[in-house]
Write a protein that binds this ligand. Sequence first.
Ligand SMILES: Cc1cc2nc3c(=O)[nH]c(=O)nc-3n(C[C@H](O)[C@H](O)[C@H](O)COP(=O)(O)OP(=O)(O)OC[C@H]3O[C@@H](n4cnc5c(N)ncnc54)[C@H](O)[C@@H]3O)c2cc1C
Length: 410
Amino acid sequence: MPLFVTCTGFIMSSAVTFQPQAIVIGAGAAGLMCAISAAEDGKTVTVLDHSNKAGKKILISGGGRCNFTNINIEPSNFLSNNPHFCKSALKRYTQWDFIAEVDKAQLPWHEKKLGQLFSDNKSEAILNMLLDRCQQLGVTITLDCTVKSINNPSVSLFTLETNAGAYETPSLVIATGAMSFPTMGATDFGHRIARQFGLKTTNTQPGLVPFTFDAAEKKRFDGLAGVSIDTEISCNDQSFRENILFTHKGLSGPAVLQISSYWTSGKTITVRCLPDLDLTAALIHHQQSAPNKHLINVLKTHIPERVIQAFCAQEDLSKSLQQYKHADLERIASLFQNWQFIPSGTEGYKKAEVTLGGVNTDEISSKTFESKKVKGLYFIGEVLDVTGHLGGFNFQWAWASGHCCGKAIS
Ligand SMILES: Cc1cc2nc3c(=O)[nH]c(=O)nc-3n(C[C@H](O)[C@H](O)[C@H](O)COP(=O)(O)OP(=O)(O)OC[C@H]3O[C@@H](n4cnc5c(N)ncnc54)[C@H](O)[C@@H]3O)c2cc1C
């Protein structure tokens, strides 16, 4: 019998200790997937979440249309101190497995770009697909549930004290995500539980997050808020070809979110506007073919005027092309094609789509997601030190780790 419970009167007053075969803390993407795959194998599963709603991040994801996976999933799309850790789960539960679930539920979807698959309907459709499956399988989901303490009095026995009553279980799965987007219920709970049980965690920082400008750059680019440009953006030997978007605080857009996961404080970001064009060569070509044309007019054929003004505030662009030396044209072109800046910072966890770092994967089996030190304790999803690129990779990690863990629960 399916059971959806919010933590109110009758359960709180109950003196019963609930004894499901598995407890999953966190009713997000990874936790729901894990509950489904364990329940499919006949386990009684309870999911506990402190929020008043399951899957809040699924609901807001993909601009409201859930970019639920990507056609081109490769281990190289994931950042971790151990780049091999994600391989096994991604191979055992692939994007095609999740697409098959979406198709089975008859939910329409489409590819937007770069292999990114989005729901045609609102993200709620994907969440409801998971919740319906939980319901069919008799998974209990208890919301508004605060876990006050977790103890491990003997091997493979976990006792939990919560405001929804006492629980004990041989298998405890931590699927509480990490710190990004605290307004959606995100916490560092999972990292604290890992440390409580003697597991190491790696350094964490916001990922897939907009950059902020210092005061001078903010002033320089003030008029460009809302302007989006196709670029190639690079940092620390990584490059992405996507749009950047100027904001009132700095820079966002897919290219910036991607590179932010590779950025550390103080590092230089390099931006190449018009990535398919050698602008110096193009200007020299124009100089030869139309020497009387004014430089500003030639630039305007490639770049919006507002952007030209912001990038070339110190340059005189009003002269005819023949009046510029090659070195001048090269310098002006490089303002667009080799723009280098050091972000003053990022917009932090408040605006980050993910948290980089987390529970050290050396502590966890890549097959079962069980802790190597504590029998019966599992970690899945974003709480681990595995972070995907933008584009459906983070959900695929949640589905894959959740599924493999659920199947492994003994
Ligand atoms: C704005 C935004 C848009 C995104 N869009 C996409 C996208 O389109 N595609 C994509 O692949 N990824 C996207 N992501 C990333 C994706 O949402 C996450 O990678 C994914 O949700 C992680 O799944 P998870 O189950 O590990 O954690 P979560 O989905 O964060 O779930 C964790 C759950 O644990 C609960 N919890 C936390 N602390 C406690 C506690 N102390 N006690 C009890 N419960 C607790 C939370 O309430 C939550 O329900 C987006 C993220 C954001 C913020």
